[in-house]
Write a protein that binds this ligand. Sequence first.
Ligand code: FES
Length: 186
Amino acid sequence: MKENSRRGFMGKAFGAVAGIGAVGSLVAMKETWNPLPSVKAAGFTTLDMTIYKENELVVEKWRGKPIFILKQSAEMLDTEDKNMSKITGKTTAEMDKKRLIKIGDAHYLVCIGLCTHLGCIPGYRPEVKNFLCACHGGMYDDTGMVTKSPPPRGLDIPPFKIDGMKLVLGEEGPEYKKMKETGITL
Ligand code: FES
């Protein structure tokens, strides 16, 4: 084999190997990018709300953000009613768990798990039923309302639509629109 054609052959062979390697890497990257089974096209995530347990925080994911799901127990709802009546002076019957989403007979906090101060991820403390943000000591109650500054507002609620016992994140249903209109979330 002449030197020129030998170089040409080596070049092609190297190119072919590199090409196979590149395809392999692309396949591996594609695998990494593939959404979890719960994630549907166009950035929607559908959650089966029957799987969650009371006072047990589960962190789901929607469009790359952590989503906190916290099913409320009867005791948690009772405390919220009492706290709310202290603030609003209204009786329990007049009150509605405004930041919570009712699905079937259960109430859930569903919120973006990023502190509204500077974006750290607050931790849930089930024994005292509140969230503590370790970055600057901000606190939220179990409905995501701020109880200690510096966070300027409660934990944000992602767009959602109730579909039977499922929750579709990324779609704006009437309950979400109402929360936005009444200033419960941004
Ligand atoms: S980022 Fe949470 S209190 Fe500052």
